[in-house]
Design a protein around this ligand. Structure first.
Ligand code: G3P
Ligand code: MG
Length: 246
């Protein structure tokens, strides 16, 4: 089946299925595989830098331990973030968000997920970096913490806000209007949405980017729902589905 569409192929933590998540190697692989956008997660270091990592600690995805927020960039950079995944990725470092902004071309959307506000210190740091790197309006900032997004919008009204959530989308049109600021996108758990939910959200002018869809049959279903993009660990798989070479 041939499917042409403007649907965004969003590489989850990079091409997480085939490279160590949230590393430059994973982002490069996603780009090589033809993704249109990259999703990544951020935490704040002890010295106030935005660090690209999913967990609050180094423990699961590096060869070091400790809380990111208790460590300086210099300390975090000593960790190997690739070997745990496969020997061929040894030497990968935990990236700074700044490095990802430098790596990823501007036509590729970056979805920055705020994992922790750290007492409202993450948001100003993110606004400053987006402004310095000319990425405001190109980045979509998402979070399960919607108050964090509201604060971000207050600091920088041009920020594109993405609501992450793990409950039924049907209840979320009310939430969107209660935020008091325009929402760019909804980021629901794929398991929680129906075709009707997606249709209603799209009719409201919202982008809908469900996470995390890895099986081909689920990708097909999401496309039938009319989603705006798919967050996947396998952007190569989605690319092959959207643009078969045969
Ligand atoms: O942004 C979608 C998805 O990344 C949310 O969950 O745990 O993978 O960050 P998680
Ligand atoms: Mg995430």
């Amino acid at each position: 089946m041939t499917m042409s569409s403007t649907l965004l192929n969003i590489a989850h933590r990079g091409a997480k299925g085939e490279a160590p998540e949230n590393t430059l190697a994973a982002f490069r692989l996603g780009l090589e595989q033809g993704c249109d956008a990259i999703e990544l997660d951020i935490h704040l270091s002890k010295d106030g830098q935005l660090i690209v990592i999913h967990d609050a600690t180094l423990d699961r995805t590096t060869d070091k331990t400790g809380r990111v927020n208790d460590l300086t960039v210099e300390e975090i950079r000593q960790a190997d973030a690739g070997r745990w995944f496969h020997e061929s990725f040894a030497g990968e470092r935990v990236p700074l968000l700044e490095e990802v902004f430098d790596l990823v071309p501007p036509h590729i959307m970056i979805n920055v997920e705020i994992k922790d506000s750290y007492g409202r210190r993450t948001e100003p740091a993110l606004v400053e970096l987006m402004r310095n790197k000319d990425r405001v309006g190109q980045v979509v900032v998402s979070s399960f913490d919607h108050k964090s997004l509201q604060y971000l919008k207050l600091l920088e009204p041009e920020t594109r806000m993405g609501l992450l959530y793990d409950v039924n989308l049907g209840r979320h049109s009310a939430l969107v209007s209660s935020l008091g600021a325009p929402v760019y996108s909804l980021h629901p758990n794929f398991k929680r949405i129906s075709k009707e939910d997606v249709r209603d959200a799209v009719a409201q002018g919202l982008q809908v980017f469900p996470y995390t869809i890895n099986r081909e049959e689920d990708m097909m279903l999401a496309i039938q729902y009319g989603v705006s993009g798919i967050i996947t660990d396998y952007p190569g798989r989605l690319k092959a589905l959207l643009c078969p070479t045969v």
